[in-house]
Design a protein around this ligand. Structure first.
Ligand SMILES: *Cc1c(COP(=O)(O)O)cnc(C)c1O
Length: 390
């Protein structure tokens, strides 16, 4: 069965027509459990009533006005987001890459103001992922994202190995503008960053005169069972970037600043036509108010622990490691099997997953996923994994 499916698939020939909670239906009315949530975007699940209501209501009031003016809902949302996260200022964008572009520009300007033309380098981590624009691709610490066809890439980026204490001795100097940490490497394989290393790295970067930035495009907004994963790692970044789950499915990103990064960007430095429009902010407000609740985050932690524990309890030999935090979960598979083949079989059986790195299956289900949907999804996943154990 497995080989046949793989040989016949170029892309997934599935057309979805409706969804509710963490369940989706295709045009043939086949049901799928959603363990991927549009790559961690639909954090409140599909057709979540308060979100649908807020979007509909805002659409009737005003969808877009540009940043020439303020919207009431935009101002309210910014105040609430800064209050929950403990940052001083924010810039809104429309995607993760764009939020990271803002952070990169901020870092370069910070470097210029605090060391002149030579302090421009941004240090990122090997195996990281920061986006698909030229600057964020360059920042991405994975060779496979730097094909020759898109060259030349930008200068002023350097990568170091995460969790390598030795690397910190020579990583930063008076040419370093910023250290940019992806708090858990999602695309790179759901790789955890050691909190002690993160703090040491941040200390070393600051000692060299640099600022510290966190890419929380995937880990932010409650994904890991805490509103910001950097708060659990404890390295206290001056800049954090958010996107994916921020507005429950409406495109949006944010770059938040504090401390030494607070007053770097001024009017005119970075702008976007669509950014922070009232429709996106109305959606983001519902997400923020739902996800920042302590009991909600507790449930995310428990659900994640439950899923990791269940898979571990199956003792399936091709499973080499199960890792992650909250509902950001990576299952490392024996290198003789392509995770893509497992993804394809899961789809065939009615479960949406994705891959990460070279040997990992990744789950990013809606944070609202029900116990029943978890059980249904896990039953499919178990059956598929067992079918590969021959
Ligand atoms: C998805 C992702 C991005 C890019 O976000 P887009 O919205 O696709 O531009 C950047 N950083 C991380 C950590 C991501 O997971």
């Amino acid at each position: 069965m497995n080989k046949k499916i793989v040989n016949n698939y170029g892309s997934f020939d599935i057309t979805f027509v409706k969804a509710k909670g963490s369940t989706m239906w295709d045009k043939k009315d086949k049901k799928y459990i959603d363990f991927i949530a549009g790559i961690g975007v639909n954090c409140l699940g599909h057709n979540y009533k308060p979100l649908v209501r807020a979007i509909s209501r805002q659409a009737k009031r005003q969808i877009h006005i540009s940043n020439y003016y303020f919207s009431d809902v935009g101002v309210e949302y910014a105040e609430e987001l800064l209050e929950v996260t403990g940052f001083n200022h924010g810039y809104f964008g429309n995607s993760g890459a764009e939020a990271n572009e803002a952070a990169i520009k901020l870092a370069r300007k910070y470097g210029q103001l605090n060391g002149g033309d030579k302090r421009k380098t941004i240090v990122t981590l090997e195996s990281s992922f920061h986006g698909r624009t030229i600057a964020t691709l360059t920042a991405t610490g994975q060779k496979r994202f730097h094909p020759d066809c898109f060259a030349p890439y930008l200068s002023g980026f350097k990568t170091i190995k995460a969790n390598d204490f030795e690397a910190l001795k020579t990583a930063f100097d008076d040419t370093t503008a910023a250290l940019f940490i992806e708090c858990i490497q999602g695309e790179g394989g759901v790789n955890l960053i050691d909190p002690v290393w993160a703090k040491n790295a941040a200390d070393a970067a600051r000692k060299a005169g640099a600022i510290v930035m966190a890419d929380e495009v995937q880990t932010g907004i409650g994904r890991t069972g805490i509103f910001l994963a950097s708060d659990r790692l404890g390295f206290n970044p001056e800049v954090v970037t958010l996107a994916k789950g921020i507005a429950g499915g409406i495109p949006m990103g944010a770059c938040l600043f504090r401390g030494k990064a607070s007053d770097v960007l001024v009017a005119g430095d970075h702008q976007s036509t669509f950014a922070g429009n009232p429709l996106a902010c109305a959606a983001a407000k519902v997400v923020l108010e739902t996800v920042s609740d302590y009991d909600f985050l507790d449930r995310v932690n428990n659900a994640g622990d439950y899923i990791r524990g269940a898979i571990s309890g199956w003792n399936i030999p091709i499973v080499k490691d199960i890792r992650g935090s909250g509902l950001m979960i990576g299952i490392q598979i024996d290198s003789s099997i392509k995770p893509f083949d497992i993804e394809v079989c899961c789809l065939e059986e009615g479960l949406c997953t994705t891959t990460a790195g070279s040997d990992v299956i990744r789950f990013l289900p809606p944070l609202t996923i029900s116990d029943r949907e978890i059980e249904e999804g896990l039953a499919i996943f178990k059956k598929v994994l067992q079918s590969f154990c021959k």
